[in-house]
Ligand binder design. Structure first.
Ligand code: B3K
Ligand code: ZN
Length: 879
């Protein structure tokens, strides 16, 4: 957190530091309320910098105890120390060792940045600017140094002492109750990758041998009693390590790889070198308390943090503007890993759902920013869906443009050329250009232009000329601070689906470069003509979602229904179902019912019954677009209440029309034995069965409602139990309270399971939901200081309950303003993140807009002093 009203930091202002830090020695004496840190920085002046140039190090809320140059204490006039910086006016000797003593209080560190205590365990979070809360430093990603960390603490209270790198020494401190450990990390790294853990923890271990035969000890540390819940995370880690060797040729590089699960954590996990620290939500799992979504999330996050070892740690970012260099690329890598481990089509649909739900609204509202921003006031607010998810889409497009082998060559060159560097997006793109000879300059605009492009497609067939014409137009809308956009290079994967449902062959094409089944668009408007096409095809465009754009085509509902049944591209089969459903739902929300509804419902029945399709795919294809999806499509004058009612109506209609079919399928999918597997296949079957149950219950048939109770009672895993509980609560079924009580009684001692209990209630469409949320903040299992609890209750209400958060009286908005002000003084990152729920307020109908705006203004008008984090989001939302 920097001081209020600071000027923005600009990409164009980047300069190297005048001094270089080669290595760092840290000596921690841990105590919950008074920890001392001695930092020895071995430094030298950069070539070309004048002798005596001031040395200015970053701090945040620090207290300097002493400072010495080459072991000689500095006179008071030789330096200036404030909580925010340490300036040595004129360092004369060269090279030199600067010794800094600071004293910190980890137990009052509620921001969860720097060194803090979580459930009695000391842990750190340094990305992006947390290291400066431990000691004065050049706390920026381009200052790479080797680190040696000595940790001393009470042996009884903190038997486990962990640092980055390899353990080089440990033992007891004679005549005290203390012990110590010394860790050395030989790989130069920026300060944001520093980590330390000390606690009374249990661990599970595994031995891993890398492809080249190097032995690595893998350990996952958890609270005592949770050991068996870490097995899935360990299994995921081992599979990730193998996969990175096979697919990217990347091996692990230390003797140990440690993971620690922590219960108070601001985000998912952190890739500190050799010592990943995780939110326990992304480590702990067993069938009774974790859903299939949790198992998949653990696999992805464990892989993601592991993959950072190369994309992020060995090659890091020059500055925070380049954040997508490590995040977008690493998300791409974890998506590819999960696609290989599971079903590729299903994974792609899930990733696109997430992109559209999280990134598209960001990109079309006041918080829109380029994948590589050019300015920021608070870097913590830029760990966004745009940097992560859109960043991953850009890497995916590079792969489509260069092909499998071109992409691999480019990645190999990037690793070879930049290992040990703090790199830029230019370095990344240049590696691909040099490895393949292709020019990516037109493509690079994607990094600089915010906003989701709209791709418009008009199709026409001329039977006499035997031509099929595709007129494609692209427009990127204006976004805050960026008015005029240029056309980008966009790969459009496509097929021409013939009347019998088979792809037609084509060879003679004019108007655009076509490589295989990909049209490469590079202009604002292009007309692509296919010759020798005698029968009218249906164009299946943007297969696999080959570019992150909004596609608007002139396909009729009948043509979309045809693709829904026949497209060989599973992604587009799913997308067509979504497109049709969206049009039906939007019509319903405007009081109209389209004649194609029955045909759509029948097509859903066909997909549901198609045994050749993956169960997980069928479950996704039967899912209606969410209310938020519809709001995004409508984009203006949104009335969330009308959308919710339309949604309910169509769901009931589907349940009623397909009751018999769904009932039969539901029974056929009921497992005969009680064994549980977290595999993608077993999860897919549960997903389909739970989707069918949802429609049966929504039909209003008495039997459907009874089935929910039977399902809940018979559930031998969290996925099924939670699915039934959600139906009880969201459909307000008889027995709802008993089900909630039974769930609570079963899981009350497990915080992560109780988070689901909070979320189910916070996302209920009932009119009393906000009151219930307020009541639940008093529940013994809730805590305002634990980010997981706050997100699962308050966050779920604001971001996941479109209807009740956007209540027409503005009560949801006022509540969000109130909780933001409550959380902000303690945990600014959490407050700012929750406040993001306002990002689409301008798309609402005018009355709601007025109320949302008033709530945002009330935050800025508050007498309490705001963090940079919260102020930045509130101001940008209003700009
Ligand atoms: N790099 C961290 C995120 C740090 C967020 C700092 N506010 C986790 C990840 O992306 O892997
Ligand atoms: Zn990451």
């Amino acid at each position: 957190m920097r001081s209020d009203n600071a000027a923005p930091i600009l990409l164009k202002d980047y300069r190297q530091t005048p001094y270089i830090i080669d290595n760092v020695e840290l000596d921690f004496r841990l105590h919950p309320t008074s920890t001392t840190v001695r930092t020895k920085l071995h430094m030298r002046r950069r070539d070309g910098i004048a002798a005596g140039t001031p040395l200015e190090l970053d701090g945040d809320d620090l207290k300097l105890a002493s400072v010495a140059m080459d072991d000689i204490p500095l006179d008071d006039e030789a330096y200036e120390a404030t909580p925010e910086k340490l300036v040595i006016h004129s360092p004369e000797a060269e090279p030199f060792t600067l010794t800094i003593d600071t004293e910190i209080n980890p137990s009052t560190n509620t921001q969860l940045m720097g060194l803090y205590v979580s459930s009695g365990t000391f842990c750190t979070q340094c990305e992006a600017e947390g290291f400066r809360r431990i000691t004065y430093f050049y706390d920026r990603p381009d200052v790479l140094a080797t680190y040696t960390t000595r940790i001393t603490a009470s042996k009884k209270a903190y038997p486990v002492l962990l640092g980055n790198g390899n353990l080089v020494e440990s033992g007891d401190v004679p005549s005290t109750d203390q012990h110590y450990a010394v860790w050395h990390d030989p790989h130069p790294k920026p300060s944001y990758l520093f980590a330390l853990v000390a606690g009374n923890l249990a661990h599970i271990d595994a031995d891993y041998t890398t492809a080249s035969g190097k032995a690595v000890k893998l350990s996952i540390f958890v609270e005592h009693g949770n050991e068996t819940q870490a097995d899935w995370a360990m299994d995921s880690l081992i599979r990730s390590m193998r996969w990175d060797e096979k697919v990217f040729g990347r091996e692990y590089d230390l003797d140990v790889f440690n993971i620690v699960a922590i219960s108070d954590f601001n985000m998912g996990a952190m890739e500190n070198k050799g010592l990943n620290i995780f939110n326990d939500k992304y480590i702990l799992a067993d069938p009774d308390t974790a859903s299939d979504g949790d198992y998949a999330g653990i696999e992805t996050v464990v892989a993601h943090e592991y993959f950072h070892n190369w994309t992020g740690n060995r090659i890091t970012c020059r500055d925070w503007f380049q954040l997508c260099l490590k995040e977008g690329l690493t998300v791409f890598r974890d998506q590819e890993f999960s696609s290989d481990e599971r079903s590729r089509a299903v994974k792609r649909i899930a990733d696109v759902q997430r992109l559209k739900a999280a990134q598209f609204p960001e990109d079309s509202g006041p918080l829109a920013h380029p994948v590589r921003p050019e300015q920021y006031k608070e870097i913590n607010n830029f760990y966004t869906a745009t940097i992560y998810e859109k960043g991953a889409e850009l890497v995916r497009m590079i792969k489509i443009l260069l092909g499998e082998s071109g992409f691999r060559k480019g990645m190999d060159l990037y690793f070879k050329r930049h290992d040990g560097d703090a790199a830029t997006i230019e370095d990344f793109l240049k590696s691909f250009e040099d490895a393949t000879g292709k020019d990516l300059s037109g493509f690079s605009l994607w990094y600089a232009q915010a906003g989701t492009p709209t791709l418009t497609a008009q199709t026409s067939h001329d039977p006499s000329a035997q031509t099929f014409t595709l007129k494609l137009t692209q427009v990127t809308p204006p976004t805050p601070g960026q008015q005029d956009k240029k056309p980008v290079v966009m790969p459009v994967r496509f097929g021409l689906v013939g009347p019998k449902g088979k792809d037609m062959a084509f060879s003679n094409v004019e108007g655009a470069t076509v490589e295989g089944d990909v049209i490469i668009l590079d202009q604002a408007e292009q007309t692509v003509v296919f010759h020798g096409i005698s029968e009218k095809p249906v164009a299946s465009l943007l297969r696999g979602f080959s570019a992150p754009v909004n596609l608007r085509s002139d396909l009729t509902l009948e043509e979309q229904l045809f693709l829904m049944r026949h497209d060989i591209d599973s992604f587009n089969r799913w997308q067509s179902a979504q497109t049709v459903a969206t049009r039906l739902l939007v019509a319903r929300s405007q009081g109209e019912s389209l004649p194609q509804e029955d045909a759509f419902i029948d097509a859903m029945g066909v997909i549901a019954s198609d045994q050749t399709l993956d169960n997980a795919f069928r479950a996704l294809a039967l899912q209606l677009p969410s209310e938020a999806d519809l709001a995004r499509e409508i984009a203006e004058n949104v009335d969330p209440e009308a959308l919710a009612l339309a949604h309910e109506g169509l769901r009931t209609a589907i349940g009623q029309r397909l009751y018999g079919c769904f009932r039969e399928l539901y029974t056929a999918l009921t497992p005969e034995d009680a064994s549980f597997s977290p595999s993608a296949q077993a999860a897919g079957t549960r997903a389909l069965r739970n989707r069918l149950l949802g429609y049966l219950a929504a039909s209003g048939e008495a039997e459907g409602i009874h089935l929910v109770k039977a399902h809940f009672d018979a559930a031998n895993n969290m996925t099924d139990r939670l699915a039934a509980l959600t139906l009880f609560v969201h459909l307000d079924l008889p027995g709802k309270n008993e089900a909630l009580d039974a769930f609570e009684a079963r899981h009350k001692s497990n915080h992560l399971a109780m988070d689901k209990w909070f979320t189910v209630q916070a996302t209920s469409p009932a009119a009393s939901t906000l009151e219930r949320v307020k009541e639940l903040t008093e529940h013994a299992g809730f805590s305002w200081t634990n980010p997981n609890r706050v997100r699962s209750l308050v966050g779920a209400f604001c971001a996941g309950n479109q209807r009740r958060f956007n209540e027409s009286d503005g009560s949801g908005y006022d509540y969000l303003a109130e909780v933001t002000l409550k959380i902000d003084p303690k945990n600014p990152q959490l407050a700012a993140r929750i406040l993001n729920a306002f990002r689409s307020w301008r798309a609402l109908e005018p009355e709601r807009q007025m109320k949302a705006k008033a709530a945002l203004n009330s935050i800025l008008a508050s007498e309490q002093s705001l963090s940079t984090d919260t102020k930045d989001i509130a101001e940008r939302c209003l700009q």
